[in-house]
Design a protein around this ligand. Structure first.
Ligand SMILES: *[C@@H]1O[C@H](CO)[C@@H](O)[C@H](O)[C@H]1NC(C)=O
Ligand SMILES: *[C@@H]1O[C@H](CO)[C@@H](O)[C@H](O)[C@H]1NC(C)=O
Ligand SMILES: *[C@@H]1O[C@H](CO)[C@@H](O)[C@H](O)[C@H]1NC(C)=O
Ligand SMILES: *[C@@H]1O[C@H](CO)[C@@H](O)[C@H](O)[C@H]1NC(C)=O
Ligand SMILES: [Cu+2]
Length: 197
């Protein structure tokens, strides 16, 4: 009985997916994230790469491998740069970059795509794209009328960075989505550099 319940619970957890950046390659956890955030957080994201942030802090707190000073779950779900160092995108100021989102379960809310300073977790300048409301609306999603530009869009690399984000790991492009009714946050990150011109 208990094992059946556990199986059902894990199936539900697997099915409860939401969204992630499918292109360019997003940060996925590896050993550096295990060292910073602990095994439980890594297992959660590996099991479901669309998973939300809420729930992770509680999971992490119970894990001896979690180091709050090194693991900010509210930036890229805590996934560390070192685990994605092989996938750093080199962009030029003004370059148009296509981004694709795998959206598996909708929750209407707000979203933005932003350059984020990884030291401060602050958006650099203005969001590259922003949906103040109406993102991932259930009615549109299940009615197959979700605007294509919510999951396949272009962002333009700012021309005003002036040397900021020149070093790999300094900045990420983060897709951030908050489902208002579900009270769930999704974060997915692209590592990139922009050379100073
Ligand atoms: C990650 O850690 C595991 C277990 O400690 C080890 O076997 C593996 O070689 C490590 N991988 C990398 C890429 O360092
Ligand atoms: C944009 O994303 C950030 C996370 O990077 C979040 O804190 C902020 O509330 C979002 N703003 C809007 C208007 O969606
Ligand atoms: C996205 O597409 C919708 C129509 O599906 C359009 O109304 C809207 O202006 C587009 N938004 C952007 C930012 O291009
Ligand atoms: C993105 O930009 C490319 C090149 O400018 C263009 O061909 C493509 O249609 C754009 N995609 C979207 C979703 O706007
Ligand atoms: Cu949900």
């Amino acid at each position: 009985m208990l094992s059946t319940l556990l199986q059902l619970a894990s199936l539900a957890a697997l099915a409860h997916g939401h969204g992630y950046i499918s292109s360019p390659p997003m940060r996925m956890p590896g050993n550096a994230t295990t060292s910073a955030c602990g095994k439980s957080v890594v297992a959660d994201i590996v099991k479901d790469k669309t998973s939300h942030v809420e729930g992770l802090p509680e999971l992490a707190a119970k894990d001896a491998g979690y180091h709050a000073s090194q693991c900010n779950l509210w930036l890229c779900r805590g996934v560390q740069f070192a685990d994605n160092a092989a996938n750093v995108q080199a962009y030029a100021p003004g370059q148009v970059v296509n981004v694709k989102i795998a959206l598996t379960i909708p929750h209407v809310g707000s979203a933005n795509v932003s350059v984020v300073d990884t030291k401060t977790n602050a958006i650099v300048g203005q969001p590259l794209l922003s949906w103040p409301s109406g993102y991932a609306d259930e009615k549109q999603f299940y009615g197959q009328t979700l605007p294509a530009n919510q999951t396949d869009f272009n962002v333009t690399i700012p021309t005003t960075l002036d040397g900021k984000c020149a070093t790999a790991g300094e900045c990420v492009i983060q897709w951030w989505w908050y489902g208002t009714g579900a009270r769930q946050t999704y974060e997915s990150c692209i590592d990139f550099t922009v050379a100073k011109v």
